[in-house]
Design a binder for this molecule. Structure first.
Ligand code: HEM
Length: 126
């Protein structure tokens, strides 16, 4: 892990991030807690997640340019996000990073950065 570089750079910039996100949504599609919340066609979700994580990890502000203020918690309010689903979301991302051979230290750093938002989006207690 190179602390002089943004996470976005360390994950391989646009192409590297896209590959990880594609793997992530394959994992989501195979996760019974998450799959029913998502549309059959994941392409638009992949695109928006690519724009969002690009800016979240220190790359250009693609999401805000296209869609305005992220307001990510609000954008998740129409879905029942439980603690278990936040765990499952993070597990799918952790697996995607492993499947794409992201080194352990960087993988753990990325997951730690995503934990805050993931549990912040919990809006339903099961
Ligand atoms: C905590 C568990 C989470 C669940 C269950 C969840 C679920 C969802 C669902 C169902 C959608 C909508 C898909 C559609 O367009 O139909 C969505 C959209 C999105 N999610 Fe999540 N999500 C979670 C966490 C996160 C996290 C941690 C991030 C990023 C830090 C994130 C970023 C996004 C983005 C960027 C979109 C697209 C927003 C838009 O439509 O403008 N999500 N999520």
């Amino acid at each position: 892990m190179d602390v002089e570089q943004t996470i976005y750079q360390q994950l391989g910039e646009s192409d590297g991030l896209r590959t990880i996100i594609e793997t992530f949504y394959e994992n989501v599609g195979n996760e019974p807690l998450l799959a029913p919340l998502f549309p059959e066609n994941m392409a638009p979700v992949i695109e928006k997640q690519h724009q969002f994580l690009t800016q979240f990890f220190g790359g250009p502000p693609l999401f805000s340019e296209k869609h305005g203020h992220p307001m990510m918690r609000a954008r998740h309010m129409r879905f029942p996000v439980t603690n278990e689903r936040a765990d499952a979301w993070l597990a799918c991302m952790n697996a995607a990073l492993e499947q794409n051979n992201v080194e352990d230290e960087l993988r753990e750093f990325v997951i730690a950065r995503l934990q805050g938002p993931a549990y912040h989006f919990v809006n339903t207690h099961s």
